[in-house]
Design a protein around this ligand. Structure first.
Ligand code: MIC
Ligand code: SF4
Length: 658
């Protein structure tokens, strides 16, 4: 039987399991990437595991999220990361050099290779045929030390693209259309493989906009095959020799097929405050706009800023609107500056930020109260921009720039008709991506050979092995689609404590209930209760680590987001699935007891559990976990388990439970 692109790459990298959807597989990882706000934990865990050197073909550490360094703690984190990259053998990208996904795509992403990254948008280089997955930091540390990465074999869905994008419709509209059809949980357990005749006309930067934002569907990854466009992009990046041919076999079998006719797509926009709240721009037209931003790992590239520059040439940003461009990489800024576009944009009234994530997580350019912000980003979860009750819309650079010109949301086709001389900018790549590499330090050029830890950089807390009796209060009951931004927000006041778990834990779930952290500490154990898709969004393992630090024993939810569920196992928290009736019936403050001997049940492979609530009624709860995940859970988390494995390997002993 023929294979899909996903199956081909996974087959090449398979070290354990079978490529059967739903089964756990272990794969070899070729490349890893880390960013500044998850990277410190990765290296602290790498150190705690007594690992000496990076074992993957390539590891790259980026400093991109908090590059303004408002606080010495951020700067200390960056210095620690540089020292860790130097000590252990990773590439280091200096603060301001750009967002990990953009810089990785430009410099290292390679078709046919596997990439694991401590950021949920790691699937970005799927746009050039790399199989890339986002994961928690501990999984990255283990993979970087040479261990396999374990993941549930996803279903592979064929997204067949037909036709060509009409003028003013863009790659962003392709992924917004996917979100409109499938919702933010429509991709859980899936890989979206983009095929069909419509693919030919899409350049690699357009493809990476689509694969990047596949994360918002909850997908494990998204990928395109390779072709002339891939070759062309790699050549322009000076890496033509890294091209490999990659396509699905004629008789490849997909779990499902989605057809999108590109020629039917019109400009779309995601309304506040979920990426799947998508409507045609015309439906939102007329809304006054206070702020417009082009940037982020989705649409912050040269090819995303240039359309805005062309549209603004000889024009000005409307007087009631502010427009900011935060380039995805310094390479993009440098090329635009050399070509003179930066000056054009400045003359039009645009402000330039350094190349950073920044505003995407509420660091800088926080919208005014009761205002509207249009952004080319990928997430508009409520409050993520830095102010509660925000109104953030997500759209293409063309739609964003049209709004900046008009001061209100407008379909660019209508604006073009109104102005008479506004041409659709289309997509244009530079002849050569010839930005400087001054900010990229290779392992051979390393500045440090030992770790430099500032006073804010703490140890990684460990948990005791799983107890046999778990009982405690339902400390917080939450709704559907709780994001990791709710669990541990990433705004600058909180982000600076990412390397200091005791301090960071004080902010756990503060956006849902400010009293939670203290109540959890006082209760000395307890549970979280949630609806569907608990933990969607970021890969930040702090969203499991901090509840663990506060003594939370488990989470009862109707369903979980993939990366977060893996993080719960990694930090020894029991993720139990409950049905809707049970969810409805449990109230915050209820006493919850897991009736079974939990430690024993987890080890023995038991799937069905009984919970007793208030010593009054009982309900079923389910543990969906692989054998490996059960061992991790029983050991109190992946750090303890991996250490145990290493000790057993060193002593030549046979692991007791194998
Ligand atoms: C995000 O977009 O939410 C982040 C910030 O990039 C996170 C990583 C983090 O929390 O540090 C992600 O997507 O994984
Ligand atoms: Fe950075 Fe935003 Fe992309 Fe996350 S989604 S990596 S915060 S730009």
């Amino acid at each position: 039987m023929g294979q899909t692109i996903t199956e081909k790459i996974l087959d090449d990298h398979l070290v354990e399991g079978e490529l059967k959807p739903g089964e756990e597989i272990g794969i070899e990882i070729d490349q890893v990437l880390m960013q500044d706000t998850t990277g410190t934990m990765v290296w602290l865990q790498f150190e705690a595991l007594d690992l000496d050197d990076v074992q993957t073909e390539l590891a790259a550490q980026y400093c991109d999220h908090q590059t303004y360094q408002f606080d010495f703690k951020n700067t200390d984190d960056h210095r620690f990361l540089r020292s860790a990259a130097g000590t252990f053998g990773a590439h280091f990208s200096r603060p301001g050099n750009g967002i990990c996904h953009n810089v990785h795509k430009e410099n290292f992403a390679a078709p046919g290779k596997t990439l694991l990254g401590s950021d949920s948008h790691t699937p970005t280089p799927g746009g050039l045929g790399q199989f890339a997955i986002g994961a928690g930091g501990l999984d990255i540390a283990v993979a970087m030390g040479g261990g396999a990465y374990y993941v549930e074999m996803p279903e592979v869905v064929n997204v067949r693209l037909e036709g060509e994008l009409p003028e003013w419709s863009t790659a962003k509209d392709v992924i917004l259309e996917m979100l409109r059809r499938l919702s933010v949980k429509g991709g859980v357990g899936k890989v979206f493989e983009y095929t069909g005749p419509g693919v030919d006309s899409l350049t690699v930067p357009e493809r990476t906009t689509i694969t990047n934002m596949g994360t918002e569907l909850g997908a494990t990854s998204s990928i395109f095959g390779t072709d002339e466009q891939t070759k062309d992009y790699l050549e322009r990046q000076g890496r033509g020799d890294e091209y490999v041919e990659l396509s699905a076999d004629e008789d490849a079998e997909y779990a499902d097929e989605i057809v999108i006719d590109l020629s039917d797509l019109e400009p779309l926009i995601a309304q506040p405050s979920m990426p799947d709240n998508v409507v045609p721009v015309r439906e939102a037209a007329g809304t006054s706009v206070d702020q417009v931003m082009i940037g982020s790992c989705t649409n912050g590239g040269y090819e995303d800023i240039l359309p805005g520059a062309k549209m603004l040439e000889g024009r000005e940003v409307d007087k009631k609107t502010e427009m900011i461009i935060a380039p995805g990489s310094k390479q993009a800024s440098e090329i635009l500056a050399r070509q003179g576009w930066t000056a054009e944009l400045m003359a039009a009234g645009v402000n330039f930020s350094e190349a950073t994530c920044g505003a995407c997580i509420g660091i800088g350019h926080v919208p005014a109260s009761d205002s509207v912000s249009l952004r080319t980003f990928n997430r508009n979860f409520e409050g993520r921009s830095g102010i509660e009750d925000d109104n953030v819309y997500l759209c293409s650079p063309e739609v964003a720039t049209a709004a900046a010109i008009k001061g209100e949301i407008v379909d660019p086709r209508d604006l073009a008709e109104e102005l008479g001389d506004l041409d659709a900018p289309g997509v244009e790549l530079p002849d050569r991506y010839d930005g400087s590499k001054a900010d990229l330090i290779s392992p051979d050029e390393a500045v440090d050979d030992s770790l430099i830890k500032g006073p804010n950089i703490g140890d990684v807390p460990l948990k005791e092995p799983l107890e046999s009796h778990l009982q405690g209060e339902a400390l917080l009951k939450m709704t559907d689609n709780i994001t990791t931004d709710h669990i541990i927000p990433a705004t600058s006041d909180i982000l600076k404590f990412r390397s200091n778990v005791p301090k960071l834990s004080e902010f756990t779930l503060s956006r849902v209930d400010e009293t939670f952290a203290q109540r959890a500490l006082d209760a000395d154990g307890g549970f979280l209760v949630a609806g569907e898709n608990y933990g969607q969004g970021s890969s930040r393992e702090h969203a499991a680590l901090c509840p663990m630090y506060l003594g939370i024993e488990g989470v009862l939810a109707q369903s979980f987001a993939r990366i977060h569920k893996a993080n719960l196992f990694n930090f020894g928290l029991v993720p139990l699935t409950i049905d809707e009736d049970t969810y409805e019936k449990i109230e915050q403050g209820d006493d919850i007891e897991i009736v079974d001997d939990v430690g024993e049940a987890v080890r023995s492979g038991q799937e069905e559990f009984t919970i007793r609530v208030n010593d009054d009624w009982e309900a079923d709860a389910r543990l969906d976990a692989s054998e490996r995940e059960r061992k991790i859970l029983a050991a109190g988390g992946k750090l303890s388990w991996t250490k145990q494995q290493h000790e057993e390997d060193a002593s030549g002993a046979q692991p007791a439970d194998d």
